[in-house]
Design a protein around this ligand. Structure first.
Ligand code: ARG
Length: 279
């Protein structure tokens, strides 16, 4: 199956407000032309192996480029995001309309329950399991509702560093059941949960230096991994597991607190079955 990824071109992208530490000091410090070049390079690289589907960019919602936050997709269902910050709530109707037009079954959470989609909720690539980060953006109480609506087990993980405010900034399930993650971004109990669920030989711990370069914020399609930057050590580690690492600079988007994974939403998310996990 050819993977499909949902993206939004940075036509109106800029740092216009501060809602995470990466954005501090960056208001009006962006270069939109450079952002466009970096985004095109990412889209072109992914587009060689998968299909890219774009939503038209809207003015007044500069973070709309971060389509990972549009919602959480599983099969033909999407749970729409309810952004914590007013600035991003304006994106919700555009995403809702797009998913409905594409024929997704659109599900919503109660209005007072912040949930930031695939920024904070990531499907394991081997287990029938949804990992959900909380502590900064998505509300802990979403976990039970997501589990009920999507009929899937949810493992919550507490994020403890404000630089890693979304789960996808520090945690990336990879094909084959591997997990690339930055352990220090999680509290001790969550680190223990991860270790209990993922065997040591499938865990790929990422150093602070790599994590601060958004190495965990990676797009994975089959054996291919697209990311902003990975050190030679991390690249070797991933290659030794059979992955092909594509580095594509995304510095303009890091000024807003996002990189490769945040700029995409995988639309092809078949359900993993317990029998497949055992195989
Ligand atoms: N400026 C955006 C925000 O703070 C960046 C979102 C990055 N997206 C992500 N999935 N981590 O909401």
């Amino acid at each position: 199956m050819t993977d499909r990824f949902f993206m939004c071109a940075p036509r109106h992208f800029e740092v216009a407000y501060v809602i995470n530490p990466w954005m501090e000091g960056n208001i009006a410090h962006g270069n939109n032309k450079k952002a466009m070049r970096q985004w095109n390079a990412l889209a072109r690289a992914i587009g060689k192996l998968a299909r890219i589907e774009c939503i038209p960019a809207e003015a007044g919602v500069p973070d709309m480029v971060f389509t990972a936050n549009a919602g959480l997709v599983l099969e033909n269902k999407v749970v729409l995001s309810r952004f914590r910050h007013a600035q991003r709530r304006l994106e919700e109707p555009y995403f809702e309309k797009w998913f409905a037009e594409q024929g997704f079954h659109v599900l919503t959470l109660p209005p007072d329950m912040p949930f930031e989609g695939a920024g904070d909720a990531l499907l394991d690539r081997r287990l029938p399991l949804l990992w959900m980060g909380y502590g900064h953006r998505s509300d802990f109480s979403c976990a039970a509702l997501l589990s009920e609506k999507l009929e899937i087990e949810v493992q919550t993980l507490k994020l403890v560093n404000s630089r890693f405010y979304h789960l996808d900034t520090c945690f990336c399930p990879l094909e084959g059941g591997y997990l690339m993650y930055h352990p220090a971004a999680f509290d001790a109990a969550s680190q223990a949960q991860i270790a209990a669920r993922i065997p040591a030989e499938y865990r790929i711990p990422v150093s602070a230096a790599d994590a601060f370069e958004f190495a965990c914020n990676a797009v994975n399609s089959g054996r291919n991994i697209f990311l902003n930057h990975a050190s030679p050590a991390l690249t070797n580690e991933l290659q030794s597991r059979g992955f092909i690492v594509h580095q594509t600079p995304l510095s303009e988007f890091m000024k807003a607190g996002g990189a490769a994974k945040c700029l995409t939403l995988k639309l092809t998310e078949p359900r993993k079955l317990a029998s497949q996990a055992a195989a």
